[in-house]
Write a protein that binds this ligand. Structure first.
Ligand code: ADP
Ligand code: MG
Length: 711
């Protein structure tokens, strides 16, 4: 998510004017800028560089080397223009030594830049920055950036900002406009001077942060690398602070409007339920349940995330929570991302509730006609106490008599937003979110700061012992016969691919081609089926159901098999194109097999040998133990290697998650602590951010809500 710590401007500020008010930007340029959401001068100022080129060090012209980016000073020699064989205009200049004007073996060429000859006379002293290549026996700058040595360094001879562009928008133009905005023009004071600092002075001083105007100037046109870091730290601070304020306020809002039903059951009853379970709860389960239980007893609605690896036993904890709700005369709803998972949960609950548990039912889109009517009536009258279904449950016109607890499985970000949906219906249920995605601490301290977290570390069934191997593509002819053997021994297998359809442009394994080829050749005679996300949900569920009923031996699938599916008899997981998956994702996929503690295999097939280092983490042991790395270790590894964007992914969030400045993967713990403390301090003194000194922060928080429909 992007925060916008953009300060509120004064009413007569240039920052709110159209970009055309800036010298150099005409109507056509304004149209191009609008395509990347830049309309006002303020928008322009907040279009931050995506990266930088270091052109700050000068190389003497005579020491220039090939295949490197370099910056030189030179005198322009003869300038020639001609058409190439393809009809392109080519400008060619000999570069002369700046000291004695002697010829060198370096020249510069540009394609299609008519203006160069018009603007730069022979004999002029210039700066050039760019990549040098061999050209026969001489050296050549191709399409370098150039400016007169007398002019201020904008495009050459400094740390040069590079910006996100859109087609038709020239980087040089955009850089020039930003330079005018932050450094000023010939007769102009820079508009950056109109930016009011959003931080209270006391915070800025306490945390030794540079003023916002300096930060903006240095982030666009850094004087030195260290100034860039200082500037980025300042902007990162603002960004995190706004995020913390937003989450803090939401939390306060949930707490203040405490309309949830307090749900409780006495110890004797709870002990009885636990004693009736077919197994003994693990210490983690007991602790998580105790936390849930104490949350439920309050009028403040619970917002708890129950996190635990696949098979860690989250469902039991959820079932016990549901029983507490029912014992208090309320209803509970359990929502799953797919119909199949809803069915699976329903079966689990039915088993756990056997022998006098709550009255429960399954509601999915396949439940129709009178059966559906009966369920809806039961929910409205309160006759039905626990309902299990897909998320459609809340989107539809289901009305509850007294919904006290909503449990959302595997879509926690979405789950938080569901609270708003419930609230619109006048409900304020306790919210229990469950996930098998391990969330690294830095994220739980920021993006998830509005949730309480319980973690199940232990696996009740003991460690799954899944032998994992990384294999090159060439090993496949040996894998298939082995897989066939396992299948004839009565076991089942998953084959997972990164793609649905094949693309002739690349050789990324696809489910369709793999299915077709295996069925025809290596796995002929095996009961095999295809499963992917573009199949209609009904068909997909049907395939899964047949697989679960052991009417199929092998599934060729995309990651749709990733979440929560429990196939007790599956012992083999072959992942093709494994290098295309995140480690945490591979871990989840692997968790689909060996679910009953039996011997199982996971084979990671990678086409890219250089990826095997990353994949090897899947076979590594936790230091000092013989246990494999768990989901947390792997998620952390992934976060380090691939960054937060990948980690959070669209699947988690349903939206772009990148902050403008802050790198979630490399979150500075000091900055995190500082912003947490400051956000708490600010909200304690001014919960609504009403004081004038918090005006820009308030605006930035508002912008965050608006953009992401946070509620
Ligand atoms: P997940 O966390 O993946 O949702 P489940 O709740 O589905 O895990 O539990 C996985 C399996 O382990 C289920 O078959 C469940 O009955 C069983 N289970 C849960 N808790 C325990 C326990 N404490 N001891 C033994 N088996 C358990
Ligand atoms: Mg589960």
């Amino acid at each position: 998510m992007q925060t916008d710590a953009r300060p509120r401007s004064h009413p007569d500020s240039s920052l709110d004017l159209s970009v055309t008010a800036l010298p150099g930007i005409g109507e056509d340029s304004a149209k191009l800028l609008e395509r990347i959401e830049i309309r006002t001068i303020g928008d322009l100022l907040w279009h931050l560089p995506r990266t930088y080129a270091d052109f700050s060090k000068f190389t003497p012209l005579k020491s220039v080397r090939a295949e490197q980016e370099q910056t030189v000073e030179a005198i322009l020699g003869r300038i020639g223009q001609r058409r190439t064989a393809r009809g392109q205009l080519m400008t060619e200049v000999e570069l002369l030594d700046p000291q004695d004007h002697s010829p060198t073996n370096v020249r510069a060429t540009w394609f299609g830049r008519q203006f160069i000859k018009e603007r730069y006379p022979e004999g002029q002293l210039v700066r050039l920055s760019g990549k040098v290549k061999f050209f026969g026996r001489s050296l050549q700058f191709s399409n370098p950036k150039m400016e007169s040595a007398a002019a201020e360094a904008v495009h050459t001879g400094r740390i040069v900002p590079m910006y996100r562009l859109t087609e038709g928008l020239k980087e040089g133009h955009l850089r020039r406009w930003l330079h005018t905005a932050v450094m000023g023009g010939v007769k102009r004071t820079p508009v950056v001077r109109e930016v009011a600092d959003p931080l209270p002075e006391a915070v800025r001083t306490r945390r030794s942060l540079v003023p916002i105007q300096d930060a903006l100037r240095e982030v666009h046109f850094p004087s030195e690398w260290k100034d860039l870091f200082t500037a980025r730290r300042r902007l990162a601070f603002d960004e995190l602070l706004v995020l913390q304020l937003a989450l803090g306020q939401r939390r306060a809002r949930w707490t203040k409007a405490a309309k949830a039903l307090p749900l409780a059951a006495d110890d004797a009853k709870v002990d009885e339920w636990i004693a009736a379970l077919p197994f003994t709860l693990t210490a983690d389960q007991l602790e998580a349940f105790a936390q849930i239980r104490s949350d439920l007893a309050r009028k403040v609605p619970m917002s708890r995330l129950l996190e635990g690896d696949v098979g860690s036993g989250k469902t039991v904890a959820a079932a016990l929570a549901a029983r507490i709700a029912v014992a208090s005369g309320a209803q509970a709803a359990l929502m799953a991302p797919t119909e199949l998972l809803a069915e699976q949960h329903h079966r689990s609950l039915a088993a756990l509730f056997a022998g006098g548990g709550p009255r429960h039912a399954l509601l999915t889109s396949s439940v129709t006609g009178p059966a559906r009517q009966e369920i809806l009536a039961g929910l409205a009258s309160g006759e039905l106490q626990v309902i299990v279904g897909t998320h459609a449950l809340v989107e539809e016109t289901v009305s509850f008599k007294r919904l006290g607890l909503a449990i959302v499985d595997e879509q926690h970000r979405f789950g938080v937003r569901q609270r708003a949906t419930f609230r619109e219906k006048g409900l304020d249920p306790h919210l229990l979110l469950t996930t098998a995605t391990p969330i690294p601490q830095t994220l739980s301290q920021t993006l998830y700061r509005d949730l309480d977290i319980s973690v199940l570390h232990q696996l009740p069934s003991g460690e799954q012992s899944i032998r994992t191997e990384v294999r090159p593509h060439a090993a496949l002819p040996k894998v298939w016969p082995w897989l066939k053997e396992r299948v004839s021994a009565g076991e089942q297998a998953f084959i997972v691919t990164p793609r649905i359809e094949e693309d002739p442009e690349d050789d990324i394994p696809s489910a369709e081609a793999t299915f077709r080829d295996l069925k025809a050749k290596d796995l002929a005679g095996v009961r095999i089926a295809l499963l992917h996300g573009r199949m209609p949900p009904k068909e997909r569920d049907d395939v899964m159901r047949r697989f679960a009923a052991r009417e199929l031996d092998v599934l060729v699938a995309t990651t749709v098999v990733e979440v929560g599916i429990d196939i007790p008899n599956a012992t083999m997981m072959v992942i093709l194109g494994a290098e295309r998956f995140g480690l945490a994702q591979l871990h989840q996929l692997r968790g689909r097999v060996g679910r009953r503690g039996q011997r199982a295999f996971c084979i990671l097939v990678s086409a890219k040998a250089e990826e095997s280092d990353r994949l090897a983490a899947m076979t590594e042991k936790k230091p000092g133990t013989d246990k494999p790395l768990d989901g947390f270790d792997l998620a952390k590894r992934d976060l380090q290697i691939r960054g937060a964007g990948e980690f959070l992914g669209k699947r988690q969030s349903g939206e772009g998650n990148e902050l403008r400045i802050v790198d979630m993967a490399d979150l500075d713990p000091v900055l995190l602590d500082e912003t947490t403390v400051e956000a708490d301090g600010i909200l304690a003194a001014d919960p609504q951010l009403e004081s004038p000194e918090h005006a820009s922060l308030e605006r930035a928080v508002g912008e965050l809500w608006r953009r992401y429909a946070f509620t």
